[in-house]
Design a protein around this ligand. Structure first.
Ligand SMILES: Nc1nc2c(c(=O)[nH]1)N[C@H]1C(S)=C(S)[C@@H](COP(=O)(O)O)O[C@H]1N2
Ligand SMILES: [Mo]
Length: 205
């Protein structure tokens, strides 16, 4: 066991908890809201989620159709690059695997995606970080419909990467051969954003 002497703070996390907190992060019990620009509001009647590759529409779901897709619950820790980590967050939604299946795709058409949101926010991701149960399009938090401030009606949830990858108000997923930077990645954040490797900024390992 490593005894950390200078650990200060009201809570003194035990070793198991500490092992869940990536380097440079602290645990918060709140749920901060971080948005570049205004909160987006889209009525469920107007909401659709689409998947595209090379300009071709692969699939498109209305809200009613999306609600009928298989639902998965995920309890997981989330890590914001501004250094807060929130443990045991509870989400419900449709896994990326189930979206691919519902789109009739046996395999993802390319290795990278861009997530596009109402309001114009984008973020890029390797498909490998989305499949095998690692990510979902979430519609519920703590058994309640996701609030608009946290990305409702639906947001991407990719909990093992820094939280800027979890695009709020997601509307479109486009497949690409190459990994090109989205909104924060263009502004100097890391192209991948793995919190366990502290991939915060461009140039980090
Ligand atoms: N559409 C959109 N998605 C977004 C953002 C944004 O500004 N717009 N901010 C990102 C960042 S930097 C973080 S840390 C998380 C914050 O999610 P929260 O507000 O639910 O905590 O959303 C991410 N997804
Ligand atoms: Mo963030």
């Amino acid at each position: 066991m490593v005894v950390t002497r200078g650990f200060k703070g009201r809570q003194r996390p035990d070793d198991t908890t500490r092992a869940r907190v990536p380097p440079g992060q602290y645990v918060t019990s709140g749920f901060p809201v971080l948005t570049a620009g205004p909160t987006q509001h889209t009525s469920l009647d107007d909401w659709t989620l689409s998947m595209q590759a090379a300009g071709r529409l692969l699939a498109k779901w209305s809200w009613r159709e999306f609600e009928m897709l298989p639902q998965t619950e995920m309890v997981t820790d989330i890590h914001c690059v501004t250094k807060w980590t929130k443990l045991d967050t509870r989400w419900r939604g449709v896994t990326f695997d189930d979206l691919l299946r519902a789109a009739g795709l046996d395999a993802p058409p390319t290795s990278f995606v861009m997530a596009h949101c109402d309001g114009g926010y984008t973020t890029n991701l390797p498909v490998a970080d989305l499949i095998a149960g690692k990510a979902m399009v979430a519609t519920h938090f703590d058994n309640l419909p996701l609030s608009a401030t946290h990305g409702g009606p639906a947001r991407l949830l990719v909990p093992h990467l820094y939280f800027w990858k979890s695009a709020k108000w997601i509307r479109r997923i486009t497949f690409h051969q190459q990994d090109s930077p989205g909104f924060w990645e263009t502004a100097g954040y890391h192209i991948h954003g793995n919190p366990w490797r502290e991939q915060r900024y461009e140039g980090d390992p």
